[in-house]
Design a protein around this ligand. Sequence first.
Ligand SMILES: Cc1cc2nc3c(=O)[nH]c(=O)nc-3n(C[C@H](O)[C@H](O)[C@H](O)COP(=O)(O)O)c2cc1C
Length: 268
Amino acid sequence: MAASLFSTLTIRDVTFRNRIVVSPMCEYSSQGGFANDWHFVHLGSRAVGGAGAVLTEAAGVTADGRISPVDLGIYRDEHVEPLARIFRFVEAHGAVPGMQLAHAGRKASTSEPWKGGTPVAVEDGGWTPIWAPSAIPFRDGWQTPRAMTPDDIGGLVRAFASAARRVLQAGGRVVEIHAAHGYLLHEFLSPLSNHRDDAYGGSFDNRTRIVREVVEAVRAVWPERLPLWIRHLQKSHQRTPRTTFHICAAGLPKCLETGNAPGKSSKK
Ligand SMILES: Cc1cc2nc3c(=O)[nH]c(=O)nc-3n(C[C@H](O)[C@H](O)[C@H](O)COP(=O)(O)O)c2cc1C
């Protein structure tokens, strides 16, 4: 086991010095989406510490797609240079720098965990509307999201691609799409949060469509020589009294690979 963990790993044209990846971790330390000295120390110190790859926290592909007002963002060209400074340092210390791209969906505009992780009002720096596949709040008393139109979805897909282009400009060599933890893409995958009856809801093929579109759009700007990762969670990120829906987890990678729908959701 130890031999594998500390052996090199090559994915596409990128060789990692070992298999230790610093997982994305929200730092709640950004203003206006900009990376700063906090992120420099958080990410840079893990590179100095010997990790094979160092990923940033979930970075909002749009301003209203941030989980909290103090999350990283990658929705403006001005976000590139502060990130590039960090990525240069990470590279200089032998780790592969990467960024996780995210949209928080109906869990956007919430506070830091130590302040409750609950909705932040507009007057306190939060925002409205927030977006989701269907107009269903994450919890009772939380902001009701606006259901995205097909045009909104097209804009989101383009925002993921623009964000990936900025990561490339900053010198990132891994980009990861966040499709887990109950955020927007995961919300489309789950029949609990996706009640749509159009091409993005209903069947497994339809619920996974947005993820396939995002992957294709990102890959179109992200060079073939660089790894494109996706984070997925096999169950819905929502507690219901006695039910957890599992979203055909085994089928999703296959689905992304082939563009086909290999299975159905199951109920446990
Ligand atoms: C403070 C904190 C912030 C996190 N932020 C993110 C995030 O931005 N994106 C993400 O995919 N996971 C996030 N996670 C989950 C971690 O990436 C990781 O999966 C989790 O800590 C469990 O570790 P493990 O996957 O090694 O078991 C966060 C975890 C913590 C503790």
